[in-house]
Design a protein around this ligand. Structure first.
Ligand code: FEO
Ligand code: CA
Ligand code: CA
Length: 676
């Protein structure tokens, strides 16, 4: 084990650090939440209650869908679930419904570029070889039809792009990671190189053969690895800002690598945005006084993998030590390196030579992913992003320039307005502007100066400019008065109704006094899914109405609207800790879990839901110890890709002795549409 001296939680391969928080719920609102709650808790530990304050969104989606002109033209029957629910399972294998088949694909270590170095099951592949192989801990993923750029929708060939969130050091190296404490205070540089290379993103050109079997297209120019060391540009408001100056980029326009890439978002112009979630853990500082940019995110005294201790002393590793050096400056040491992380990063899978672009206008926080609303010619582009940490927030970005299909590209994401969500207890909601140009926000900022902001207790000393607001997005949201949520993970937009869904995975620390209508569960161990509809069904609106789609939990956990039970969970659909979320091309909502496993729930799973009827059915159960995260289908909905992250033991190859994260391909034996 590599880490003996830091947070022992890091020894757990599926540990996700959860830091900090503000306390934004005034007492009178808490009282209002109490009084308006209509249904009562039912069932055992973790069972839930519903709290819909006279706002029922169910059904309004279907009536609006025809006038809104969104794609699909599908009748409600297209979202009906046609498979038999699978039971919970604790077996070390993937379970899919009767009439379906599954197969592991693209496991960690699969060669995809360069000299296509063969995977060695004894863990002896080098760092250089890992740079040419699929990374570890697969997460968010999207399938781009190979003919997308010419307007096509091929379902037998495309670019599968996926994140590699973090690593299992024990499995990655032949004999586990070398502990710096046992090695003179240093880590072998090639171990560090391999660990950095196992992070990031894979772009894999895949194709079905005549028998329908998928394989990597050998030698394709599209095959690519982006890692924790790949050169990237900084774009948007934080580009050029003094707090992003490093010895690598004296003008603060570039950085190296993307890390802890959790979920993602395909853009309307055919690129891929990868999220930087728990990036803070990769950096170490021994400074007694840490800047607020680090304090609010939990950048601390030691790093997750000790990369800064690589024995080669190379700049690309030393940079993870963000301690200001004696007599140094931002130009001579890496005190600012961590400020170049925490963003959404754009990758163009169809341009293999292109440099990834960090889109800072979308804010700096623990980005889980991003979800775009359907675009309309001449209207702004709108996207949503959750900050997955306890008591953190949900954000929205609205571009300054309108969408034009012929010219749209990532530069649209460099100018616009960042908002944060406030969920009122009466079922209404507001998008609060985080822009110093906004008089309301500017006055809140002025009023907050000299006070301790949020739960972090940071003594607020103002913002220098909008770049400073971006680098300190969480602090800005504290000041704006956003609603602290139960760990926002993935979002999804219903293609028929336009409603936006977000998973709130859990928050076992929420106290009675901290509950509100949108986060009503004390010690919320099982999580829930919230949804909202923007005013006028305009995604750029600054007001919305919300409700809770479902509370997760054991059998009998009820979700009620105005006293009517609309969901009561059964053996067919109990689940906890919703995380991944995706609307397929037919309007079916797929829910993936990353929670706790026991005799009741079995292993982590994926369920399908009908957004109109709230019918939910378990479709897939993963192998032991994993989380199920990342899902997409081909445009014809006949091949589904599902990622399995941090499996245990020797899944998927019983003949090998270490686990390998992998994509699972799910097909219907009759060749039909998945889920229908
Ligand atoms: Fe990486 Fe919040 O899941
Ligand atoms: Ca996740
Ligand atoms: Ca999670």
């Amino acid at each position: 084990m590599a880490k003996h001296h830091i947070d022992s939680n890091y020894l757990d391969p599926d540990y996700e650090p959860v830091v900090n928080h503000s306390d934004n719920t005034p007492f009178h609102e808490v009282m209002a939440a109490r009084m308006q709650r209509r249904t009562v808790m039912k069932g055992g530990v973790g069972a839930a209650l519903a709290s819909i304050m006279g706002v029922s969104l169910a059904g309004c989606g279907s009536s609006d869908s025809k006038s809104s002109g969104t794609t699909g033209g599908s009748s409600s029957s297209s979202t009906e679930l046609g498979f038999k629910a699978v039971p919970v399972s604790s077996a070390n294998t993937v379970v899919v419904p009767e009439g379906y088949s599954s197969e592991a694909f693209l496991p960690w270590g699969t060669p995809i570029t360069g000299s296509y170095p063969e995977y060695r099951a004894d863990g002896t592949n080098t760092g250089a070889e890992q740079e040419q192989q699929v990374g570890m801990h697969h997460d968010g993923m999207h399938f781009y039809p190979i003919d997308l750029k010419s307007g096509g929708s091929a379902s037998s060939e495309g670019l599968l792009v996926m994140n590699h969130e973090y690593i299992n050091q024990s499995a990655l190296h032949a004999n586990g990671a070398t502990d710096s404490g046992d090695n003179g205070g240093f880590r072998p540089a090639d171990e560090v190189r391999k660990e950095i290379a196992a992070h990031g993103v894979s772009v894999v050109h895949i194709k079905q053969n005549s028998e329908g079997k998928w394989d990597v297209v050998f030698g394709s120019p599209y095959n690519r690895r982006i890692t924790g060391g790949t050169a990237m540009d900084l774009r948007g408001p934080a580009r050029g800002y003094s707090k992003l100056v490093t010895p690598y980029s004296l003008n603060a326009t570039e950085t190296r690598g993307t890390l802890n890439n959790c979920s993602m978002g395909p853009t309307p112009w055919g690129t891929y945005l990868t999220a930087e979630e728990n990036w803070h853990g990769y950096f170490a500082t021994s400074a007694a006084d840490r800047p607020r940019e680090y304090v609010r995110h939990g950048v601390g005294s030691s790093s997750r993998y000790d990369w800064e201790l690589a024995d080669s002393g190379l700049d690309q590793y030393v940079r993870f030590n963000v301690t200001p050096q004696d007599g140094g400056t931002a130009e001579t040491d890496y005190r600012n390196e961590a400020n170049t992380f925490g963003y959404m990063v754009e990758i163009d899978p169809f341009a293999p030579e292109s440099k990834p672009q960090k889109r800072t206008a979308l804010g700096r926080f623990g980005h889980e992913g991003v979800i775009f609303a359907p675009v309309t010619e001449g209207q702004p582009v709108v996207c949503y992003s959750g900050d997955d940490s306890r008591y953190e927030y949900i954000y929205k970005f609205v571009t300054a320039r309108p969408y034009n299909a012929a010219t749209a590209n990532g530069s649209l994401l460099d100018e616009g307005t960042l908002y944060v969500a406030r969920f009122n207890d009466d079922g209404s909601g507001e998008w609060l502007t985080l822009s110093l140009d906004d008089a309301g926000f500017a006055s809140k900022v002025a009023a907050a100066e000299g006070t301790e902001v949020g739960r972090s207790g940071i003594l607020f000393a103002g913002f220098e400019n909008q770049a400073d607001v971006i680098v300190n997005t969480r602090l800005a949201a504290d000041i704006a008065g956003a609603t602290p949520m139960d760990r926002p993970e993935w979002g999804a937009v219903d293609p028929n109704s336009g409603e936006v869904y977000f998973t709130l995975t859990n928050n076992s620390q929420r106290t009675e006094a901290e509950t509100d209508a949108a986060n009503p569960i004390v010690e919320n161990r099982n999580g829930h899914i919230i949804r909202w509809k923007e005013a006028g069904n305009d995604h750029a609106a600054t007001a919305f109405e919300w409700d809770i789609f479902v509370f997760a939990g054991e059998q009998g956990t009820e979700t009620s609207v105005d006293g009517d039970v609309v969901v009561s969970l059964t053996d067919d659909n109990i689940f906890n800790s919703p995380d991944g979320l995706w609307f397929d091309y037919n309007g079916v909502l797929w829910i993936q879990t990353d929670g706790y496993s026991n005799d009741t729930y079995g292993n982590q799973m994926m369920l399908a839901a009908n957004p109109e009827t709230r019918e939910i059915r378990r479709f897939f159960v993963g192998p032991s110890g994993c989380e199920v995260t990342g899902v997409v289908t081909t445009p014809d909905s006949k091949t589904m890709f599902v990622n399995i992250q941090h499996p245990r033991s020797n899944w998927p190859n019983a003949s090998e002795d270490r686990p390998r994260d992998a994509t699972v391909i799910v097909t219907r034996d009759d060749g039909g549409v998945i889920g229908a």
